[in-house]
Design a protein. Structure first.
Length: 148
């Protein structure tokens, strides 16, 4: 039988549960804004509120982020280089869904280099997404289907 992962498990770090370790290990996160975003469509309001409150309690100083490709990404992603792209840091679940969507939509309008990725231009979106996964880069919010 498959194991069911609860959102409480996401904050149970495998290395250590001390607050000082969590503060260091979770100084920045692309995971929690992504999970929060999808919870808006998949979870009920109580679960979403509990998730947000748990984040505030467990990792209050975490910088919640999203990643976008930049002008160098097309040359670097195919070579395995992971130090490229643009980090948008104002995507905290604490600000609510509408604020998160507004910030991401503004970033999508501003960070347009994704349209210059060769795989995207050639219609090979799955290839780009596979490269992101392979090199442990986050899926850009351009693919999150942002709606209010």
């Amino acid at each position: 039988m498959p194991t069911v992962l609860k959102n409480t498990d996401l904050l149970a770090h495998p290395e250590n549960s001390d607050q000082s370790y969590l503060d260091e290990a979770c100084v920045g996160s692309i995971l929690y804004p992504y999970v929060y975003f999808w919870m808006q469509y998949m979870a009920n309001e109580k679960e979403t509120t509990e998730f947000t409150e748990r984040l505030k309690k467990k990792i209050p100083n975490c910088t919640h982020q999203a990643w976008f490709p930049d002008e160098d990404s097309d040359d670097l992603i195919w070579c395995g280089e992971t130090y490229h792209g643009i980090c948008v840091t104002d995507v905290s679940p604490h600000d609510g869904h509408e604020a998160l969507v507004d910030t991401l939509n503004k970033a999508i309008e501003t960070c347009t280099a994704i349209s210059e990725i060769s795989a995207i231009k050639a219609g090979l979106v799955p290839l780009f997404l596979t490269a992101c996964r392979h090199y442990r880069l986050p899926i850009p919010p351009n693919f999150w289907l942002l709606e209010r």
